[in-house]
Design a protein around this ligand. Sequence first.
Ligand SMILES: Nc1nc2c(ncn2[C@@H]2O[C@H](COP(=O)(O)OP(=O)(O)OP(=O)(O)O)[C@@H](O)[C@H]2O)c(=O)[nH]1
Ligand SMILES: Nc1nc2c(ncn2[C@@H]2O[C@H](COP(=O)(O)OP(=O)(O)OP(=O)(O)O)[C@@H](O)[C@H]2O)c(=O)[nH]1
Ligand SMILES: [Mg+2]
Ligand SMILES: [Mg+2]
Ligand SMILES: [Zn+2]
Ligand SMILES: [Zn+2]
Lengths: 208, 208
Amino acid sequence: QDVLMKNNLLAERNRGYFEAKNLIALNLVSSPGSGKTSLLERTISDLKDQHQFYVIEGDQQTMNDAERINKTGTEVVQINTGEGCHLDSDMVRNAIKELNIGKPGFLMIENVGNLVCPALFDLGESKRVVIMSTTEGEDKPAKYPTMFQSADLCVINKIDLLPYLDFDMQVAKDYAMKVNPDLKFIELSVRSGDGMEVWYSWLNNLKH
Amino acid sequence: QDVLMKNNLLAERNRGYFEAKNLIALNLVSSPGSGKTSLLERTISDLKDQHQFYVIEGDQQTMNDAERINKTGTEVVQINTGEGCHLDSDMVRNAIKELNIGKPGFLMIENVGNLVCPALFDLGESKRVVIMSTTEGEDKPAKYPTMFQSADLCVINKIDLLPYLDFDMQVAKDYAMKVNPDLKFIELSVRSGDGMEVWYSWLNNLKH
Ligand SMILES: Nc1nc2c(ncn2[C@@H]2O[C@H](COP(=O)(O)OP(=O)(O)OP(=O)(O)O)[C@@H](O)[C@H]2O)c(=O)[nH]1
Ligand SMILES: Nc1nc2c(ncn2[C@@H]2O[C@H](COP(=O)(O)OP(=O)(O)OP(=O)(O)O)[C@@H](O)[C@H]2O)c(=O)[nH]1
Ligand SMILES: [Mg+2]
Ligand SMILES: [Mg+2]
Ligand SMILES: [Zn+2]
Ligand SMILES: [Zn+2]
């Protein structure tokens, strides 16, 4: 596939650019509504005194997510993909140019909510974080394996809802470990704040 | 786009085939984990004495969903799309050949969990049902508009969880009505059974 080859070449170029600017780039992927933007909102509000954040938002339509990030006072660029189902490295390259990159820090790229297509498109990120929520059921890692295989970390969000669900955490992790034995997990709730400190120390460890 | 044109021609052929066999074909689409298979399981168990059901399951990998449908005693075929992110009319045409179509009834096609790409691929269905769950947030119809524009009915599932969420039903419907003023809604919970009878009468009305 020429498209993927071309994308991967540009992704490496992005990776070099991020390295030169001392940016740690994360690619946040999930189903629609798993909580990517909520995680970013809370993370930025809690850590903006310790770290510099830049955000690229990817969605088919609307500025909704960028507006939410904007409220935290962080530099954010919204990419609207139209009928497109994923971000690619060229879109990210163009978006970077619109950001005022000064101090080193984190570049958070929130991808289009889609567990399929974004898995195939390297953006130049140093880490890929897949977010699944307890409300989606345990078997998504098995049914949408490419995404979980390509991720470094799996954040399991909305653990505040566990008392009201039949979700079995171990079953979900086992499904994920089958497709990616190296996958790390963090269980948290953006809403209640449970587990956020584990996510924050994972982020802090990236910087050293 | 040649791909879409070719797909649409085959979709019409499917439509003719379904008409000849007196099948009412539904295309069920949603985010991963909104409850497509759960809705089918409960619908089939409740209505199998009144209607004949056939099911086509679409997923990247696994037989999980087909196995769940199999337990209801219904004819089901699983399509595994691999890296593919949506069902197309050719896949459905091939799958139909594997089903033993005898009596007239409902052909339920559960698409790959993805709010983006399946919107562009007509399968030959007579109705398209988009399922959103209360746990995904209200703004999905605005952020993934093509899917909601292309749907005839929007089932809002998991209303049993409303007491534990900030989800505003009217806000969600307003977002959807903006992109598709003709969209009909049914609020239900597959788990508790609330609203299922409204869905059943919607199905029954299709037959007349
Ligand atoms: N109960 C609960 N709800 C949450 C949590 N995190 C997010 N939500 C809710 O989940 C819904 C979706 O959250 P978003 O942050 O918009 O999700 P997203 O992944 O960014 O969605 P898209 O960008 O549209 O794909 C919203 O209604 C949030 O309030 C959580 O920890 N617990
Ligand atoms: N609380 C609650 N949970 C539900 C309801 N309907 C489905 N679920 C749960 O939601 C999760 C996903 O359900 P599925 O039926 O597998 O969803 P799906 O849309 O078929 O998922 P994919 O085919 O993988 O895209 C499971 O854990 C179900 O138990 C409901 O009405 N209420
Ligand atoms: Mg978002
Ligand atoms: Mg399913
Ligand atoms: Zn795609
Ligand atoms: Zn796609």
